[in-house]
Write a protein that binds this ligand. Sequence first.
Ligand code: 5GP
Length: 114
Amino acid sequence: MEKTLFEKIADHEIPADIVYEDEQCVAFRDISPVAPQHVLLVPRKALSSIAAASQEDASLLAHLMLKVGEIARMLGIEEEGFRTVLNTGARAGQTVPHLHIHILGGRDLQWPPG
Ligand code: 5GP
C-alpha cells in the first residue's frame, strides 16, 4: 500500500523540521503553522485517524499522549498553556489520512474553535 505523507516524513523520505522522534512516533513542525508553535505528533504506524485505532493500539496511544507534555515542555509552551487537536474526518477538516496530533501554542487560543 502507498505510504501516507506522514509515513514518508517519519521515514525521512520527505524533509521536515523534526523536533522529536523515537521508535513509535515522530514530531515535526507543521508546514503551514497557525500558531507561533505548531507541531504535529504522528505514530509511525499507519493509522488513518484516531477513530481507526483499536484496543491493540492502547499502549501506542498512551505513548503519544505522554509525549504531548514532553514536546510542549521542549517547545517552551507547557507552563503558559497550549492546545492539542485531533481532526477526524471531512467535517473536522482532516486533510492527511494518518493520525496526527496538533500541538499548538505561543499565542492565546480561542474557544470554541470554529
Ligand atoms: P489536518 O488538517 O489533517 O488536521 O492537518 C494536516 C496538517 O498537515 C496541516 O496543518 C498541514 O499544514 C500539515 N501538512 C500538510 N502537508 C505537510 C507537509 O508536507 N509537511 C509538513 N510539515 N506539514 C504538512
